[in-house]
Design a protein around this ligand. Structure first.
Ligand code: IPM
Ligand code: MN
Length: 356
């Protein structure tokens, strides 16, 4: 089979880690007889520098015509002072909207070999944790009406959180479908003691739950959830939540794994090509040094094989190679112990390729 992949290398360490993921995909292609055809396009700071626009039309068109999008990371302090519509973040938000990517899947699990990197005490971590954050990605406050109005107290800025039943229903369905494939437990996170939008959220989640009687459903306020993921992360299976809460909680959970350089993500729509990217940022401080951890992007490529192309065996092969390499004690700089040796981006990529 031939698969067309739009590649957005992005800024900072993006190009380095995406190159690694492509090497892995090419090896998988050879092994399993698939052809991956890449088309590179610009987005983020790189696109702003080249065209004065963080998300050029051509990028959107190429992404729409592909079977999937592989993205490195965008942004960096270089572009921090640009006006809102020119900032690299607009590229990410714009791609999500243009491609209709309303579901963001962010796994946060503790890799056995990296247990020591988890900042929690071992009695709390127990047998480890494996959480799937299902974050709504094209609604809520990030896409609501916003502006500045004059008031008696001077200018006042506002950002509005809105959720329609349709938006909640479709993301809830994804959450329940994921729960069915996992441990059949779903925690929906909201702030329904205060927010009207959260009350609607909770009501619709309960309605969707009727179709999934096997899934155990729980509701949790976001402030409590922020505490519970630190108090007892093992209690969560699928954590379903809004755009804003999911943004924050997924970063919190990523820290518990002790290794933000390890975590992939998938953003999916109804019919559009999915977008796959590491959850870490562009890390401008280490860009170009060849020491970035490529694993999050390599695992994002594995998610692409699994969710966009339905290539389960191939995805398993990558994930198991990553685990083996970690079990063998190989580390990049970000996950090494004090005074331990570390591999460069390229060396880690080679090690994973040899293990596949
Ligand atoms: C993320 C990022 C984005 C978000 C930014 C870059 C707009 O932080 O993917 O979590 O907040 O959604
Ligand atoms: Mn974020």
């Amino acid at each position: 089979m031939e698969y067309k992949i739009a590649v957005v290398k992005g800024d900072g360490i993006g190009p380095e880690v995406v190159d690694s993921a492509i090497e892995i995909l090419d090896l998988i292609g050879e092994r399993y007889n698939h052809k991956f055809i890449y088309k590179e396009v610009l987005a983020g700071g790189a696109a702003y520098d080249a065209f004065g626009d963080p998300l050029p039309k051509e990028t959107i068109e190429v992404c729409k015509k592909s079977h999937a999008v592989l993205l490195g990371s965008v942004g960096g302090n270089k572009w921090d002072n640009l006006p809102k519509d020119k900032r690299p973040e607009r590229a990410i938000l714009g791609l999500r909207k243009e491609l209709g990517l309303f579901a963001n899947l962010r796994p946060g699990m503790l890799f056995k070999a990296l247990e020591d990197a988890c900042p929690l005490k071992s009695e709390i971590v127990g047998e480890g944790f494996d959480i799937l954050v299902v974050r709504e990605l094209t609604g809520g406050i990030y896409f609501g009406e916003s502006g500045i109005r004059e008031t008696d107290n001077g200018p006042a800025a506002y950002d509005i959180e809105t959720y329609s039943e349709m938006e909640v229903r479709r993301i809830a369905k994804i959450g329940f479908e994921m729960a069915m494939k996992r441990r059949k437990h779903l925690t929906s996170v909201d702030k329904s003691n205060v927010l009207e939008s959260s009350r609607l959220w909770r009501r619709v989640v309960n309605e969707v739950a009727q179709d999934y009687p096997e899934v155990q459903v729980e509701h949790m306020y976001v402030d409590n959830a922020a505490m519970q993921v630190i108090r007892d992360p093992g209690q969560f299976d699928v954590l379903l939540t809004t755009n804003l809460f999911g943004d924050i909680l997924s970063d919190e959970i990523s820290m518990l794994t002790g290794s933000i350089g390890m975590l992939p993500s998938a953003s999916l729509g109804q019919t559009s090509p999915g977008l796959f990217e590491p959850i870490h940022g562009s890390a401008p401080d280490i860009a170009g040094k060849g020491i970035a951890n490529p694993i999050a992007t390599i695992l994002s490529a594995a998610m692409m094989l699994r969710f966009a192309f339905d290539l389960k065996e191939e995805a398993d092969a990558i994930e198991s190679a990553v685990n083996k390499v970690l079990d063998a004690g190989l580390r990049t700089a970000d996950i090494r112990g004090k005074d331990e040796d570390f591999l460069t981006t390229q060396e880690m990529t080679e090690a994973i390729k040899k293990t596949i």
